[in-house]
Design a protein around this ligand. Structure first.
Ligand SMILES: Cc1cc2nc3c(=O)[nH]c(=O)nc-3n(C[C@H](O)[C@H](O)[C@H](O)COP(=O)(O)OP(=O)(O)OC[C@H]3O[C@@H](n4cnc5c(N)ncnc54)[C@H](O)[C@@H]3O)c2cc1C
Length: 304
């Protein structure tokens, strides 16, 4: 992006040229040219308002656990750096969007509140989890979400309870320049030992089925209707296919892993090879489940 950024935006704490290898769990990508890290809701509001006034495209980043970044990103990126607070009121827990998702599930378990056990192995931030309506083992966020607070694309603050149509499988309407600031979960009192046992059971399942010792972005492709992307990839003989440091995990075919120095180009090629092989073998077009970020070839990027 060659366009100068407005002064109001530059008031918000920011860093230049931060490698996406430090901002994402997969560790692939180029540089984040402008990383804005507001430490208060007011600073986040300033960011969104300044971008809206200038018509500037931008993106929002959480823990970077559902992202594959294929190159440099020149549009401003917002990553909330709010204090990581959790407040209990009765059986509800309210946390800021910057809070670690797994840490929040652990906090609930520690105080004997049940309902977030499903979240105990899903990395990233609370904001990213709400945006994605993250879920596992038959549960998802919208089932426990009591209220949430967010900025509109114009920078107005809204706090509300979820309504029908706002959340569905791994999707929410909180895109297009909306920024989740905090969320409240309605939980239930439970037996702490039972909660811890469920958390341990879920973690154990992940430990045996996912390549957690290597950098990854979770499941890369969506399951086509009625089918398993992992099985299609596995049965196309692609486990272990490696391009440079990017590999189709031998443990779980829908996890593409970074052995340490994978480049964006290697990762893009590996994804394309998997899609082409599955299309040829099974006639199925695999769609990414992860979000893909890259600048458009003309040097701009679509934003949000
Ligand atoms: C090992 C592993 C296991 C995983 N297992 C699961 C699983 O079981 N279930 C599951 O659902 N997911 C899973 N994931 C995917 C991922 O962890 C979730 O989607 C997670 O909720 C993403 O959160 P994040 O903060 O990392 O978001 P990011 O990856 O940073 O961003 C994801 C999306 O959320 C948006 N976003 C982030 N923060 C905000 C905000 N404050 N306001 C508005 N939008 C925002 C981003 O713009 C982007 O569109 C897994 C990932 C890994 C690496």
């Amino acid at each position: 992006m060659t366009r100068p950024l407005p002064d109001a935006l530059l008031q918000v704490p920011h860093r230049r040229d931060v490698p996406f290898s430090k901002l994402t769990t997969l560790g692939v990508g180029g540089l984040c040219h402008w990383l804005f890290e507001p430490t208060t809701e007011a600073e986040a509001q300033t960011f969104v308002r300044a971008c809206a006034q200038e018509g500037l495209p931008w993106r929002v980043l959480g823990g970077g656990s559902n992202l594959v970044v294929l190159g440099d990103v020149t549009t401003p990126v917002l990553r909330l750096a709010l204090p990581k607070t959790v407040q209990r009121e009765g059986n509800t827990l309210c946390a800021t969007a910057s809070h670690g998702h797994i840490a929040l599930a652990e906090a609930a378990a520690t105080i004997g509140l049940s309902g977030l056990e499903f979240a105990s192995g899903i990395p990233g931030s609370l904001g990213g989890a709400i945006r994605m309506n993250a879920g596992a083992y038959g549960r998802e966020w919208v089932e426990v979400l009591a209220r949430y607070r967010f900025l509109t694309p114009e920078g107005d603050l809204v706090e509300k309870a979820p309504e029908p149509g706002e959340f569905r499988y791994r999707w929410s309407f909180l895109t297009g320049g909306r920024v989740i600031l905090s969320a409240t979960a309605a939980l239930a009192e439970g037996d702490p030992a039972g909660i811890r046992a469920r958390v341990a059971e879920f973690r154990g399942k992940r430990g045996t089925s996912q390549p957690l010792s290597k950098r990854n972005a979770g499941c890369i492709f969506k399951n086509p209707p009625g089918q398993s992307a992992g099985r299609l990839i596995d049965q196309a003989g692609l486990k272990g296919l490696r391009i440079g440091d990017a590999e189709v995990s031998p443990e779980h075919a829908n996890f593409l892993v970074n052995h340490g120095k994978a480049t964006a180009a290697e990762f893009a090629e590996l994804m394309a090879r998997v899609q082409a092989a599955v299309a040829e073998r099974w006639g199925v077009a695999l769609e990414p489940e992860v979000e893909i970020w890259r600048d458009d070839p003309d040097g701009s990027s679509s934003g949000h």
